[in-house]
Design a protein around this ligand. Structure first.
Ligand code: PAF
Length: 286
């Protein structure tokens, strides 16, 4: 497995793979790798000849009061995991390698960032879009793999790729869950024992809502109130949003008449958790 900190070495290696006719798959990460990330690596390996992973805790996507300083940094274990999964190349730069201090350019994806996490994390998606654009230039892969757990991020990156004509295929991959339903996240390790026991209530409420909506029995407003009630019953009081949005444009829906996504963000103690599930429009009998 090649491990590079430098942009130049990474570019040269990727160029060589591609000149040799190999399709390169990229999994961008911030490290603290778990099964969710490794499922993306496996998808890259199935879909491509070469699997590349980037590990970089991007400061520009964290707000001033967020967890940048405490974000788990587990590079040694991450590299072991990558080697075990058969990753071919890891790019793990320093902040100085990526940001020279002279940068004046930001990528902003409008509309899709106006709702859901956007207002709760000002500047977050600009930070994500900008670093992902940079990574796509540094490591110009043929395909990149993103988890549906960060559904808004996935939508933003797809839009950016289309709008800015990046020659890269974006491959969405299903959320990986713990046996009790909790969506895997590097931040789950912040949860105390008691919070960890309550956290699966989010997924349980989402799946119950998915069944209710797909059965066609209940309207969006009732389903949203049911989710809020279930979260409160699990003592998840700090709910940032519970929304049902169009799967493509992320606009709030008042009825599910097209493919949609039920999205939740809530805080358990100091940990911010997000999750979402798909919902199809209910089948009509006619
Ligand atoms: O999903 C993440 O881990 C990050 O937001 C990403 C896409 C690697 C950009 O820093």
């Amino acid at each position: 497995m090649l491990v590079f900190q430098s942009i130049e070495e990474t570019r040269t290696a990727v160029g060589k793979y591609q000149r040799d006719g190999q399709r390169v798959g990229l999994v961008p990460t911030m490290g603290a790798l778990h099964e969710g990330h490794f499922s993306l690596v496996r998808a890259a390996k199935t879909n491509c000849d070469v699997a590349a992973v980037t590990i970089f805790v991007n400061p520009t996507q964290f707000g001033p009061n967020e967890d940048f300083r405490n974000y788990p940094r587990t590079l040694e274990q991450d590299l072991e995991g990558c080697a075990r999964e058969g990753v071919d190349l890891v790019f793990t730069p320093t902040a100085e390698e990526v940001f020279t201090g002279r940068a004046r350019t930001t990528v902003h994806v409008a509309a899709l960032t106006a709702g859901l996490c956007g207002p709760h994390r000002p500047g977050h998606f600009d930070g994500v879009a900008t670093i992902v654009a940079k990574l796509f230039h540094i490591l110009p892969a043929d395909a990149a793999f993103f988890g549906e757990k960060d559904y808004q991020q996935l939508a933003v990156i797809r839009r950016m790729v289309e709008d800015l004509n990046f020659p890269i295929e974006i491959v969405p991959c299903p959320t990986v869950r713990e046996p009790d339903g909790l969506a895997m996240s590097s931040r789950n390790r912040y949860l105390t024992h008691d919070e960890r026991a309550r956290a699966p209530a989010i997924a349980a409420a989402l799946f119950a809502a998915q069944s209710q909506l797909e059965a066609g029995g209940l309207d969006v407003k009732t389903v949203v109130s049911d989710i809020v009630r279930s979260l409160r019953n699990a003592r998840i009081e700090l709910i940032e949003y519970v929304e049902i949005v169009g799967a493509d444009d992320l606009r709030p829906l008042t009825q599910v008449d097209r493919p949609a996504r039920i999205c939740v963000a809530a805080r358990l103690g100091n940990t911010r958790l997000i999750d979402n599930v798909p919902v199809d429009a209910p089948r009509s009998d006619g």
